[in-house]
Write a new protein. Sequence first.
Length: 351
Amino acid sequence: MRRRLALTAAVAALATTLAATPTLAQQGGEQVLNLYSARHYQTDEALYDGFTRATGIRINRLDGDDNGILSRLKSEGAASPADVVLLVDAARLWRAEQDGLFQPVRSATLEQRIPSTLRSDDAGQGPQWFGISTRARVIVYDKARLQPAQVDTYAKLADPALKGLLCTRSGSHPYNLSLFGSMLERNGPEVTEQWLRGLVANMARPPKGGDTDQIRAVASGECGVAITNSYYLARLMRSSKPEDRTVVERVGVVFPDQAGAGTHVNVAGMAMARHAKNRDAALRFMEYLAGDAAQIYFADGNNEWPAVPAVQTKNPALMALGDFRREAVPVSAIGRNQVAVQQMLDRVGYR
Ligand code: FE
């Protein structure tokens, strides 16, 4: 009897300790993690359930688009319940880092799993964000009008031979800011600004729409060549809709710069929120996302490649596209260059 009392007291003391531990949010006695996600695909459910099964930590998810999540984090400030943030594109991740919305994370697991070119700079306390999947910015072209050799480098998109044929979304969209930031890193300011001028001179129409709209416009004949993130093309390749099949039959795809610096690659990434209340759970979740099974799930949810090099995609569309040479430019540099790139876009009139 006395022993049982002592045990009960010990359990009570432990419970008190847990309740007083600021890193553990108690909701009906269960540990939770608050995730702000700009990623929402069907397969994400299985991904998050897997984490809860393995750890007992329940995930509260707040879905939004990238801009909505960023403005919410800013307005919530120190009161924000966000623990982990998922965003897409180095341009946005870098911007959020500059705005002080993240905190550095020191994790041997993450540093070993995620290549240094796919995470932010380490200013001494660890990177502030880590890529979890990769996407390539590829060129699609009208097979009836152009040969792949005419469009197999980013530089050729500014060739006067392509006058009136090029379509892109807005120059200042993060996907383009990042591509142009990569070109600035590779080629320097003079060559890059001249190249951007050439792109503007080759436009078939003023920039508008998203990447999928550019692919469709190539298939319809309105444009001869366009730039798109790889997953929009992969999504069309996996579609069974007849209109999508037609689009895929009409367009060719090239991974640019295979004989040179490689194709521009960007990331979807994760970060620990600046004011995370559940830091231990946040770190466990981030390390979980770098695990083999989670890498496959996460990448496949949006037809992307895993960020961890040893994990091979089983996505049929990506396997059909095949292996390619990736650029070596770090995503941190690409993010940083977007300010200079935006100034160039203003000068050359790339809307
Ligand atoms: Fe996208």
